[in-house]
Ligand binder design. Structure first.
Ligand code: ADP
Ligand code: TRP
Length: 331
């Protein structure tokens, strides 16, 4: 039996990059009976970015609702909130004590802020809180708590998994073999899905294709995908083309083949976008209906998360006892 685990921070509405890069690989793997799977809402990770009580509540609900609507089955996957498992925060503190500070100085997210501050003439750590600085350690605790084999994520999270591996090895070297050393699991084709403007699709760039907008908004958003200026009937490359890349992920193989032929024979980008829009609506239609239905029952959604926590907490309680005994802080 293998264990997979991934997390989502509730900092915005889920988009196609989250679905193709992380959630779909999680769902595909958890369909395999040899896998035990954990998927959670990293609400304390989000606190670094969302510091408004009602927005936090709204986004936690939005993310939970979206992932259930997209096919997460709480009977197959342990679905819970990080904040319901306090043992994770205890483990995070323990890992802090084996984590060299210099190691964290090199974390991409932190370094990017420092570089920007310096380039713009501010103090290096301007606007950096300790939650952001320690972000990778908390993430390591999320993972190491559950003896995880693989962590499905997009490419931007790979460095965090490397930190997790290093911390597991460091701890094991000091206190004796305790943690499994996890591997990232990447779907190469969509490990960094580009957004509407060609940069990585990300909530922070405002260039996403959200999954649960109205049909009209989705049509407008798909129509705004940046393309080159090839004429309508000119043959077009499929390689690196975002319209084709997304279509391929949502369509069957024969449909993709046909779409590729149209590209080779010269389909206009307008027509290609119209076909992609149809495919998007067809693919996500049932999820969108489920989303609207679940939205009417917030208590049911929160109950699912609570039941998930009730299953996960005993595992964490047992795990933290073992860890405490390794470090000599047990009763
Ligand atoms: P965002 O960058 O929009 O804030 P998150 O940090 O919430 O996204 O990412 C949640 C998960 O989705 C992570 O595993 C992340 O790697 C994955 N992910 C996010 N954007 C993309 C993308 N453009 N392509 C592939 N995976 C992505
Ligand atoms: N850092 C991840 C993100 O921004 C979210 C996350 C928190 C996570 N803890 C995790 C992902 C543990 C995988 C495993 O998307």
């Amino acid at each position: 039996m293998k264990t997979l685990l991934s997390g989502i921070k509730p900092t915005g509405r889920p988009h196609l990059g989250n679905y193709l890069g992380m959630l779909k690989p999680c769902l595909d793997l958890s369909a395999n009976p040899d896998f035990k799977s954990f998927l959670f809402i990293a609400d304390y990770h989000a606190l670094n970015f969302i510091q408004d009580k009602s927005l936090m509540k709204e986004l936690i609900f939005e993310v939970a609702l979206s992932y259930l609507a997209l096919g997460l089955d709480p009977n197959k996957t342990m679905f819970y909130r990080q904040s319901d498992i306090p043992e994770i925060f205890e483990l995070s503190l323990i890992l802090d004590c084996v984590c060299p500070k210099g190691f964290m100085n090199r974390a991409h997210a932190y370094k990017a802020i420092v570089d920007k501050n310096i380039a713009e003439g501010r103090e290096a750590d301007d606007g950096v809180n300790m939650g952001l600085f320690n972000y990778p350690v908390l993430m390591a605790a999320d993972i190491l708590m559950f003896n995880v084999d693989c962590v499905p994520v997009g490419k931007d999270q790979v460095q965090h998994i490397e930190y997790t591996r290093d911390l597991a090895i460091k701890f094991n070297n000091i206190f004796g073999k305790t943690f499994k050393v996890p591997e990232p699991y990447l779907k190469d084709e969509v490990a960094t899905l580009p957004g509407l403007d060609g940069r990585k699709m990300s909530k922070s760039y405002g260039n996403t294709i959200p999954l649960f907008e109205t049909d009209n908004r989705i049509k407008k958003i798909i129509n705004s995908i940046k393309t080159d200026c090839k004429g309508a009937s000119e043959p077009k490359e499929t390689e690196g083309n975002l319209i084709y890349m997304i279509y391929k992920e949502l369509a069957t193989e024969p449909q993709t083949q046909q779409f590729a032929e149209k590209f080779a024979n010269g389909i206009s980008y307008g027509e290609a976008k119209a076909e992609l829009y149809q495919k998007f609506i067809e693919f996500f239609g049932p999820c969108r209906e489920k989303y609207e239905e679940l939205k009417q029952h917030p208590d049911d959604v929160f109950d699912i998360l609570k039941e998930g926590a009730n299953k996960v907490r005993p595992i964490a309680q047992e795990g933290i006892q073992i860890i405490r005994s390794k470090i000599g802080i047990n009763r």
